[in-house]
Design a binder for this molecule. Structure first.
Ligand code: NAP
Length: 244
């Protein structure tokens, strides 16, 4: 299936690296204009923007801490003024602070819930007026296998991703009649900075025998954007580690 997203405008949170960067590129290949959000690594974001420009569509980078409501409202305004109304939102930005039960602090817990879960609420609320006005919208939330399994990060991360899947179903149920689908993708062990820089994980525990690639996650995101009948679902990809 070749998905044509000409004329669509997408925002990818955390699009400067890893999974978000791969999603920005497949959206651009399908023809969408892309806004690449990042927190602080402007050079990485500009590198992905240059790759989008080479593909063809319009692109911009936008710095914003998506756990902060004022920053999100300002980001959405900037993107809308520059590219136009957003009709594809990918809530991808996330952090994985590795903590055991006994060394997890209240600050770690709050930060994780804010960056991984509250951000999806803030960004979704801010783009909904535009999607409703057009009667079309696609929202894809990047969850994790840790929403249902133990994972290697910690229970705060489990909770943030399980919450994200609840948010996905809650929005999906309430937006289904307005042409807006809301789905989640739950990857496990994708070879990005998040996995290579901290998680003591080995590809040998993955039945497929290797880590997943960001491109493989991005392909699932694109499939969800192209499907108007699927909403409220979480699609897992884990190299055979877990089955929903
Ligand atoms: P990554 O390589 O660490 O990249 C994280 C991205 O999020 C970066 O673009 C970063 O921006 C951005 N970000 C972090 N905090 C932010 C904030 N407060 N505001 C705005 N942007 C912020 O991570 P990844 O592995 O690609 O993960 C992407 C998503 O997939 C996350 O939600 C993660 O939980 C989820 N996930 C990953 C895996 C995996 O195996 N890698 C598995 C399951 C789920 P800067 O570049 O500016 O720092």
């Amino acid at each position: 299936m070749h998905l044509n997203l000409d004329g669509r405008i997408a925002l990818v949170t955390g699009g400067s690296r890893g999974i978000g960067a791969a999603i920005a590129l497949v959206l651009a290949e399908a023809g969408a204009a892309v806004a690449i959000n990042y927190r602080e690594r402007a050079v990485d974001a500009e590198r992905i923007a240059a790759a989008v420009t080479a593909i063809g569509p319009r692109v911009m980078t936008v710095a914003a801490d998506v756990s902060n409501g004022e920053a999100v409202v300002s980001m959405i305004r900037t993107v809308t003024e520059t590219l136009g109304p957003i009709d594809i939102l990918i809530n991808n930005a996330g952090i994985a602070l590795i903590r055991g039960i006994d060394d997890l602090t209240e600050a770690d817990f709050d930060q994780t819930i804010s960056v991984n879960l509250k951000s999806a609420f803030l960004c979704t609320q801010a783009v909904l007026p535009y999607m409703r006005a057009q009667g079309w919208g696609r929202i894809v939330n990047i969850s994790s296998g840790a929403a249902r399994g133990a994972g290697g990060v910690g229970l705060h991360y489990n909770a943030s991703k399980a919450g994200m899947e609840g948010l996905t179903r809650g929005y999906a149920a309430r937006l289904v009649k307005q042409g807006i689908t809301v789905n989640a993708v739950a990857p496990s062990l994708i070879e990005t900075d998040m996995v290579t820089s901290g998680l003591a994980s080995s590809a040998s525990r993955i039945p497929v025998g290797r880590f997943g690639t960001s491109k493989e996650v991005a392909q699932v995101v694109l499939m969800l954007i192209g499907n108007a009948y699927m909403t409220g679902q979480t699609i897992a990809l884990s190299g055979g580690m877990a089955f929903n």
